[in-house]
Structure formats: structure tokens, C-alpha cells
Design a protein around this ligand. Structure first.
Ligand code: GDP
Ligand code: MG
Length: 594
């Protein structure tokens, strides 16, 4: 295709503002999907995505419209995937900024808009859901116009649901989004903006060609790893894969299949070039995925350990950001320490493990990555509280921080500031988007956000606040490791790295919880919370003599046997911490209640 006739665009929106619905409507209006086979939310393929209404994996669809080729690139919609969003934006020249006409701008709308502006995209402001009785198109057109600096009358109004205004929007894309520009004679350079594992075909890599041409049966080179592969198939998606034997030229968007079985061999952000005539420089902006949040994952039934390993291996084929290594816990047995991009990524992985692989799992409290500098100048990276040095030789501890943006009605400013202050936030600034809505910006430690920050924010603002955050380096902090000890023995699964000011509260809370959950033993069991050798909280489990058979008043032998067997069964699920028997359920309960 002549690049002059190509328009590459994406839709950016806050969750639930109707991106998938609009995308579906465009597929239908351009005739790519006929009305009969129109399945609700065609673009969101995974069940979890559909249920949660989020799009995890971006995809690209080619839409013919008015003698032009529109490539619609679907960006993931959540903060954890900012890097993937930024890569898919880089594959476009334009972005539809979609805002719910009954809700107005939300934190994610802003975050994505800033990313799109950084990528120099042409922005098309659009209000969606104008069919809703609660829609306030005039009010929000003004808000949107104020934000991007256009006239309120330039804001398009559509309904993805009914289709109103969608044709005009497609025309507008053709008229205003710049055509791609590239050097057709240069060595090939294509940006990988997504990479998906398919059980039958292996990895399907989505690319946007910037310069040159990629053909079928060509040896290609992945520039970040220097690996070479052969393109077995190359084509476009419309809406199913259609091989294009002529290959892909400047500005085109499509997929390629090389037979590799692992998405880590085809990384998002990498540059594909031709092995025979390779480009000198890769496209800018490649980053290796960097897990920000870690948690221990253990099978509740220790026999399921091999299945858990297998399931993680399989998930990793499709998720280059997922990393894990075996770990053993005295309390929980054999499991894995798993690294995630963020909280949502963690929830998704866990849910897939349970749902798609039928595993029952227990996870330890999530923690971020700390950098510890010792007095002798040596340094270590801590992804697990058990690796936190317990000696007194620590010079400094650094924690990751975020730049967080919160959007809410102005009446909640006080509540929001209180929450953020309580979590060591530093106010960066505050702006009114309109009379009654504010944008509040904070620097917040990531470690404070991953503990029910979002839930608290929602409940204190009656659901009206929205949050978005991006990594913003690290800061030094007064952090300590709190251990929980049973009869003097540390229970590794409960160790946590917390701020000094919160150590006492954490210790008291955990000790109380465990006292309630651990059954009495035949001797007294002290539960202590300690920082190093210093005990900061203590509870006691009183002793009992438990004689199960005493209840049976002699008589019935078979009943006695049953009881004994039952007790043995129970013992199997008991973990020994020193001399103390703790039922697995106690650990599970202590870790799962917030
Ligand atoms: P996404 O999270 O941005 O992909 O949003 P979805 O497309 O999944 O839509 C979220 C919800 O809004 C769904 O319940 C849709 O049915 C509804 N919705 C989307 N577009 C419209 C619209 O134009 N009008 C109305 N009334 N509802 C819509
Ligand atoms: Mg969606």
C-alpha cells in the first residue's frame, strides 16, 4: 500500500469509557466483521479481559475506509502496562482520546494523553456514550477542549453503542491523522509493539514497519538480542490473520510468524531488521521489562508444586514480563518467588493460574524491590524480605517511588490529601480541570500503593477518585524488616519490610491475628514481632492438654479409630515451626485477610 493512503491510529481511554465497544463498531461499519458474526467485544479475546472489562494485550486491525487503509492499534488500558502502551503509541500517528460523556476525564485519560503527546501523535478528542440520558456533552466538551487546547466545537460526539457519529469519526481520522513517513529504500526497520503466544502457531509478533520492507521467507534479525529467525508467514489482521505474500512496506502494520515458541524471543519494543541487509541503528525506546512487585506463590496442597511450575512455564511463553524462581518457606513449603509489573499484573497471573490451570494458591504479601547499601559500600537488591540483611551494618535503604495522579471531585481534596500524607506522599501540585474537579499530583512510595491504597481511595471518595501512577526513580527511606516469631522461631512467610513508623502497628496486628488463628498447644507459645533482636510486640497462646479420645467415653472402637485417623489427616496439613504445630489454614487465613 502507498504510505500516503495509510492512517495508523489508536484509541486511548479510561477503563469503561467504551474503547472496546467503539472498536467493535468500527469493525462493523467498515465491513470487516459482518453483523452476523459480530460477537460482542470482538477485540478483547481473553476471558479475564472480557470479565474485567480491560484490554491486556494490544492488537492491530486493518480497516478499509474510503479508499484508505486504517490500522487500528488497540492499546492496553492499565497503568501496569505503561511500557506496552507507549510502544503501541509509537506505532501510530494519531490517537482518538475517548472520554465518557457522563463521566468526564479520569486519571487514566490524562496519563495516556500525556504519553500520546510525548509520542507526538495527532490527538482527536471524542466524547462517547452521548446516547446516555446522563451524558453532559457540553460540559465535558469544554473540559476536554481546555485540556488539549482546542475549541469545544472541535470535540467529536459519538456513541459506540448505537453507532451515531462513528462514520464521521472515521472520516475525520482519514482527514486529520498524518500519513506515515519512512524511507522505502533503507534497510528494513520494524517496531514490535506486541507479541502473543498462540498454541497452534507459536509466537505471533505484531509489527509496524518504519523503513524498508519485510518479506515472507526472509531471514530477520531481532536487534536487541541479535537472534535471527525466518519469517514463515507475514500478513495483516482484518479481523482474522490474512497472509500477505508481498510482505509489509513503509507504514504498514501487521504480524509475522517465525515458529519461535517463546515471547521472550520476540520482545515488545525491539526492532526487527533484515539479516542480509541489517539496519545500523535500532528504533529508540527499547526497555527490558522490569518487575516492580514481588510475591511468593505456593500451592495450598504441596503435591501441586510440579503443576504450579508447569503452569508458570506455560504462562511465561505468553508473558515476557513474568519472572519467577523456586523458593522454599518453612511455613508454606515449596513455591516460587514471582515478579510482576504491578498489582493488576499480579492479580491477572494469579487468576489465570487458578482458573486456567485449576490450582489453589496462597500468596505472601506483595513487596517492592529495595536497594540496600551496606556500610562497607557493598550493595544488594532485595526482592524478598528474607534477603533483607538483619545485621546492623546497613547504611542506606532505597525504595521505588511513583509519580501518582489522582482525579476527583473537589469536595474530596481533604480526604485524598489525608490518605496520601498518611502514606508518606509528597504533594507535587494541584490543578482544577473544571470548577468542581481537581487533578492532584503526589510522589508516593510504590510500596505504599500496593497495600490497599486504591481500595481506601475509592471508599473515602465514594468511588469518584481515579488513580494513575508511573515509576519515578527511588528515594532513601527509613525501612526495617519486621519478623514474626513463634516460640522464638521466625516464620518467614510473615516477615515484611515496612517503614519504621509502621513497624509497631504491623507487628501488633500480625501477632494478634496469629494468636487467634493458631490452636492451643500442650505448652505455652509466645508470638513476638521483632526488628532484629529487639522485640516490639508480644502475644501468648495459652497451653492446653488436648486429648481427643477423652471425648469418647470408652465404648465405640470404630469411632475412636475414625477420630484418630482424622487427627492424622489433620497432621499432614500441619506445618512445624520449631516445636509448634500450625495448621496450614492458619497461614492461609493470616495471609489472605488483607
Ligand atoms: P472499555 O473498558 O473502554 O473497553 O469499555 P467497554 O467498551 O468495555 O464499555 C464499558 C461499558 O460501557 C460497557 O458496559 C458498554 O456496554 C458500555 N458502553 C460503551 N459504549 C457505550 C455507548 O456509546 N453508550 C452506552 N450507553 N454505553 C456504552
Ligand atoms: Mg476494553
Amino acid at each position: 500500500t502507498d504510505p500516503a493512503l495509510i492512517r495508523n491510529f489508536c484509541i486511548i481511554a479510561h477503563i469503561d469509557h467504551g474503547k472496546s465497544t467503539l472498536a467493535d463498531r468500527m469493525l462493523q461499519i467498515t465491513g470487516v466483521v459482518d453483523d452476523r458474526s459480530m460477537r460482542a467485544q470482538y477485540l478483547d479475546r481473553m476471558d479475564i479481559e472480557r470479565e474485567r472489562g480491560i484490554t491486556i494485550k494490544s492488537q492491530a486491525v486493518r480497516l478499509p475506509w474510503d479508499g484508505h487503509v486504517l490500522n487500528m492499534i488497540d492499546t492496553p488500558g492499565h497503568v501496569d502496562f505503561t511500557y506496552e502502551v507507549s510502544r503501541s503509541l509509537q506505532a501510530c500517528e494519531g490517537a482518538i482520546l475517548l472520554v465518557d460523556a457522563a463521566q468526564g476525564i479520569e486519571a487514566q485519560t490524562l496519563a495516556n494523553l500525556y504519553l500520546a503527546m510525548n509520542a507526538d501523535l495527532h490527538i482527536i478528542p471524542v466524547l462517547n456514550k452521548i446516547d446516555l440520558p446522563a451524558a453532559q456533552p457540553e460540559k465535558f466538551a469544554e473540559e476536554l477542549a481546555g485540556l488539549i487546547g482546542c475549541d469545544p466545537s472541535d470535540v467529536l460526539k459519538v456513541s459506540g453503542k448505537t453507532g451515531v457519529g462513528v462514520r464521521e469519526l472515521l472520516d475525520h481520522v482519514v482527514q486529520t491523522v498524518p500519513a506515515p513517513v519512512g524511507d522505502a529504500d533503507a534497510a528494513a526497520r520494524a517496531l514490535i509493539f506486541d507479541s502473543v503466544y498462540d498454541t497452534y502457531r507459536g509466537v505471533v509478533t505484531y509489527v509496524r514497519v518504519v523503513d524498508g520492507h519485510l518479506g515472507k521467507r526472509e531471514r530477520i534479525l531481532m536487534m536487541s538480542t541479535n537472534a535471527t529467525h525466518e519469517t514463515l508467514e507475514i500478513g495483516v489482521i482484518s479481523p482474522e490473520p490474512m497472509p500477505a505474500d508481498l510482505g509489509l512496506g513503509v507504514g504498514e502494520v501487521g504480524y509475522l510468524i517465525t515458529g519461535v515458541k517463546d515471547v521472550r524471543q520476540s520482545r515488545v519494543g525491539d526492532t526487527v531488521t533484515s539479516a542480509a541487509k541489517s539496519a545500523k541503528e535500532m528504533l529508540a525506546g527499547y526497555e527490558h521489562p522490569k518487575p516492580m512487585v514481588f510475591s511468593g506463590l505456593y500451592p495450598i496442597d504441596g503435591d501441586e508444586y510440579p503443576e504450579l511450575r508447569e503452569a508458570l512455564d506455560k504462562l511465561q511463553l505468553n508473558d515476557a514480563a513474568l519472572i519467577y524462581e523456586p523458593e522454599t518457606s518453612a511455613a508454606l513449603g515449596f513455591g516460587f518467588r514471582v515478579g510482576f509489573l504491578g498489582l493488576l499484573h499480579m492479580e491477572i497471573v494469579r487468576e489465570r493460574l487458578e482458573r486456567e490451570f485449576g490450582l489453589s494458591l496462597i500468596s505472601t504479601a506483595p513487596n517492592v524491590v529495595y536497594r540496600v547499601v551496606m556500610e562497607d559500600g557493598s550493595e544488594l537488591t532485595v526482592t524478598n524480605p528474607s534477603e533483607f540483611p538483619s545485621g546492623g551494618k546497613i547504611a542506606q535503604v532505597f525504595e521505588p517511588v511513583t509519580k501518582s495522579t489522582i482525579l476527583a471531585p473537589a469536595e474530596f481534596i481533604g480526604a485524598i490529601m489525608e490518605i496520601c500524607q498518611g502514606r508518606r506522599g509528597q504533594l507535587l501540585g494541584m490543578d482544577y480541570l473544571s470548577e468542581d474537579r481537581v487533578e492532584i499530583r503526589y510522589t508516593l512510595p510504590l510500596g505504599e500503593i500496593i497495600f490497599d491504597f486504591f481500595d481506601q481511595l475509592k471508599s473515602r471518595t465514594r468511588g469518584y477518585a481515579s488513580l494513575d501512577y508511573e515509576p519515578a526513580g527511588e528515594q532513601e527511606a527509613d525501612l526495617v524488616k519486621v519478623d514474626i516469631l513463634l516460640q522464638g522461631e521466625p516464620v518467614d512467610a510473615f516477615s515484611a519490610i515496612v517503614h519504621k513508623d509502621k513497624a509497631y502497628a504491623y507487628g501488633v496486628d500480625m501477632a494478634k491475628k496469629l494468636r487467634e488463628l493458631i490452636p492451643r498447644q500442650q505448652f505455652e507459645v509466645p508470638i513476638q514481632a521483632a526488628i532484629g533482636a529487639r522485640v516490639i510486640a508480644r502475644e501468648n497462646i495459652r497451653a492446653i492438654r488436648k486429648d481427643v479420645l477423652a471425648k469418647c467415653y470408652g465404648g465405640d472402637i470404630s469411632r475412636k479409630r475414625k477420630l484418630l485417623e482424622k487427627q492424622k489427616e489433620g497432621k499432614k496439613r500441619m506445618k512445624m515451626v520449631g516445636r509448634v504445630e500450625v495448621p496450614q489454614e492458619a497461614f492461609v487465613a493470616a495471609l489472605s485477610t488483607d
